[in-house]
Ligand binder design. Structure first.
Ligand code: LMR
Length: 391
């Protein structure tokens, strides 16, 4: 049986991890996979997470199964963090293994309720979005999103393409910190997109993987909240990997907003999908998140550290933009300072990306996406000089 299998294409982001690891040069710089790193290159365990883990170790008396949808307190705390206390009465939700698990379960839910729906993706988007959709045999289409020349959102192109969606289609939107481009809509533009999609009677599906990494914890939820306030049905896939720094604990949530009287049926279907795919969701990370969100002191400390992380990335953006100005004697890369989140797509060719990797030991995704958090004060000028030498 297994001899019938063909080799699968490598995931371009994960492939970079191995290439970087195998590079013997001590000067190599990793700007590939989206994990936050401090100035020493460490992806730290956040203080509040450590404190919650200690308490949990001291107080946890059982590892028996939790709820099929996750521990209710986790779901409630996450729904409140994302939606600001509104919509609890119409929010069905399940804890999932990370944000990817939430995306997978959302797509399964779409398939279950409307197998013919087309899922619209921004061009470009996180490569795993189309990969999972294709694997599930669902229909997909793309809407324009990025203007490579300016490094900003191609808003006219986006609106023109979203004008073609059919009623009942699903439109996947990055709630904040667009991956891979780093270019984001203003709230005024969000208002226009929401107005158009409401008219088109589509189901918005928000991927919220970086809440707190862009303009702030509340600010980064603003678009998602606007969508929740406007549409009768919304899917939200959120991740705690980045904002709580608990990547390997696989902690995410899928929220399905519906009417209050449909909530129980939708919840039952989410539970069913968890049971089919992995039964009970992982608990450790979810429990830590709950402890942090429910305890005023832990929550304040977590938010303070998250804010340090965010400010650090903003500083790196500004210094990289300044260094690129100097090194290239142009304003071509000024968008780096305007972008938000972990990533910026630089607009380099694949050949230029390859030279940066082979000659300079600088690793970025082939579409020239860099992880801003992979930089530090020492490596910013090195990157700027290397980029200037390849363009
Ligand atoms: C990324 O885009 O680098 C992250 O979301 C990590 C991943 O799983 O791809």
């Amino acid at each position: 049986m297994l001899e019938t299998l063909n080799a699968q294409p490598q995931d371009k982001i994960l492939q970079l991890i191995a290439m970087y690891r195998d590079d013997p040069r001590s000067t190599k710089i990793d700007l590939g996979v989206g994990v936050y790193k401090d100035a020493t290159g460490l992806t730290p365990v956040m203080r509040a997470v450590k404190a919650a883990e200690k308490t949990l170790w001291e107080t946890e008396k059982t590892k028996t199964y939790t709820g099929l949808a996750g521990e209710p307190a986790y779901n409630a705390a996450m729904v409140a963090m994302i939606l600001g206390g509104a919509h609890g009465d119409r929010a069905a939700s399940v804890a999932t293994p990370g944000g990817t698990g939430a995306i997978r379960q959302a797509l399964e839910l779409i398939k279950l309720s409307n197998p013919g729906a087309t899922v619209w993706l921004s061009n470009p988007t996180w490569p795993n979005h189309p990969s999972i959709i294709k694997y599930l045999g669902m229909k997909m289409a793309e809407y324009r999103y990025f203007d490579a020349a300016s490094g900003e959102v191609d808003f006219a192109g986006m609106l023109a393409d979203l004008d073609r969606v059919a009623p009942g289609d699903v439109v996947l939107l990055h709630g904040c910190c667009h991956n891979p481009t780093g270019a984001n809509l203003t709230m005024d533009q969000w208002g226009q997109v929401v107005g158009l999609l409401l008219q088109k009677r589509v189901i918005p599906f928000v991927d919220l993987a970086y809440q707190g990494f862009g303009d702030g914890l509340e600010e980064d939820a603003a678009a998602t909240r606007l969508i929740a306030d406007t549409f009768p049905e919304v899917l939200i896939a959120a991740s705690c990997s980045k904002n709580f720094g608990i990547y390997r604990e696989r902690t995410g949530i899928l929220i399905a907003l519906t009417s209050a009287d449909r909530k129980a049926v939708v919840q039952g279907n989410l539970n069913f999908l968890n049971r089919q795919n992995y039964s009970f969701p992982p608990d450790h990370g979810a429990r830590l998140v709950t402890m942090i969100l429910e305890d005023a002191a832990l929550r304040a400390d977590w938010q303070a550290e998250l804010e340090e992380v965010r400010q650090n990335m903003l500083t790196l953006r500004q210094t990289l933009s300044d260094e690129l100005r100097k090194a290239t004697n142009s304003d071509r890369f000024d968008f780096v300072a305007r972008h938000r989140g972990m990533f910026s797509r630089l607009g380099l060719t694949e050949a230029q990306v390859n030279v940066l990797r082979e000659k300079h030991g600088i690793y970025m995704v082939g579409d020239s996406r860099i992880n801003i958090a992979g930089l530090n004060a020492r490596t910013v000028p090195i990157l700027a000089a290397a980029i200037a030498s390849v363009i």
